[in-house]
Design a protein around this ligand. Structure first.
Ligand code: V0D
Length: 254
C-alpha cells in the first residue's frame, strides 16, 4: 500500500522517489475540475460525476492529512456555478449534508478543523445550516485545516476586503496611506491561514478561474489531465514531489 509520508516523517518502501521531507507545501489549493466530463464519458448524468468527485475529495483530504499538509482549500462551488441547470445546483447544495453525514466522525478523529471562504449567506438555508454545524463541530480542533470555498470568487473576495478596509477608515480604526500587503492579507477570507504554496487543477484547463487570486501570487501551479473523480493520492504525491523539486532548483540558484 502506498503510504507517502506522514507527520511521523517515514517514507514508504513503495515510493519510487525519496519523498522530499525538507520542502513540503503548507497550504494546497485544489481546483476539482472534470466531474461532469467524467460522468459524460461513462454515459452517466452529471450529478453522478459530482458524487464521484466527492469521494475523490474525501480521499484527497485524507491524503493531505497523512502527508502532513497543514491546510487544504477546496474549490467546491464558484460564484460562476449558479449558471448551471437548477437541478444540478440543487444537487450540489445537498452535497455538504451528504459529506457531513458520512465524514464528520473521521474528520473529528483526525483533529481537522473545517472552515469556509466565500459568500455563505447566499446559499440555501439547509446548506448554511450544515456549514455552521461543520464549523461548530470542529472549531476547537488543532490539526489540518479543511477550508471549503463555497460560492467563492477571488475578485469578489478582494472587493469585500476593500469594503472592510473602507469601513475601518470610516470608523477611524484605519488610516489612509498606511495600508501594506500584509494588512491586505488580513482583510481577505483566508486571513490566518498559512500562505498558499501550491495550486492543483485537474482536467486539463490551464487557468486559475478566479480561485485565490491574491493568494496565488507566489504559489506553484500544477496541472494534470486527470479528471477529478480519477484523482488519487498518488497524483497528489506526484504534485507534492514536483513542488519540492521546483523549490530545490530555486534554492540552488538563489
Ligand atoms: C462537487 C467535487 C463536498 C467538486 C467535490 C456546495 C464539486 C464534490 C462539499 C462540502 C461538492 C461542502 C461543505 C461541507 C462539506 C462538504 C461540497 C459542493 C460541491 C458545493 F461542509 N463536496 N462538495 N460542496 N462537490
Amino acid at each position: 500500500m502506498f503510504k507517502g509520508f506522514g507527520r511521523s516523517q517515514r517514507a514508504s518502501a513503495a515510493a519510487v522517489e525519496q519523498p522530499a521531507l525538507d520542502i513540503k507545501p503548507r497550504h494546497i489549493g485544489l481546483i476539482m475540475d472534470g466531474n461532469g466530463r467524467w460522468a459524460q464519458k461513462r454515459g452517466l448524468p452529471r450529478i453522478a460525476g459530482h458524487h464521484a468527485g466527492m469521494l475523490a475529495m474525501r480521499e484527497a483530504i485524507r491524503a493531505c492529512d497523512d502527508f502532513g499538509i497543514e491546510c487544504v482549500t477546496l474549490y467546491a462551488f464558484s460564484t460562476e456555478n449558479w449558471k448551471r441547470p437548477p437541478a444540478e445546483v440543487d444537487y450540489l447544495m445537498r452535497l455538504p449534508e451528504q459529506f457531513f453525514r458520512s465524514e464528520i466522525d473521521e474528520l473529528v478523529r483526525r483533529n481537522a478543523q473545517i472552515r469556509f471562504i466565500g459568500d455563505i449567506s447566499r446559499l440555501p438555508a439547509h446548506t448554511q445550516e450544515t456549514v455552521r454545524r461543520a464549523i461548530q463541530c470542529t472549531q476547537h480542533n488543532t490539526g489540518m485545516i479543511v477550508n471549503f470555498a463555497l460560492n467563492y470568487g477571488g475578485r469578489m473576495e478582494i472587493v469585500a476586503a476593500m469594503e472592510r478596509y473602507a469601513r475601518e477608515v470610516m470608523e477611524g480604526r484605519a488610516t489612509v496611506g498606511q495600508l501594506t500587503e500584509a494588512a491586505c492579507d488580513r482583510y481577505l477570507d483566508t486571513a490566518g491561514l498559512p500562505p498558499l504554496d501550491l495550486v492543483i487543477r485537474t482536467s486539463g484547463e490551464i487557468r486559475l478561474s478566479n480561485f485565490l487570486l491574491w493568494q496565488a501570487a507566489y504559489a506553484e501551479l500544477w496541472f494534470t489531465d486527470v479528471l477529478w473523480p480519477d484523482f488519487t493520492r498518488e497524483d497528489l504525491y506526484q504534485a507534492i514531489c514536483d513542488y519540492a523539486k521546483r523549490k530545490r532548483r530555486f534554492g540552488a540558484i538563489e
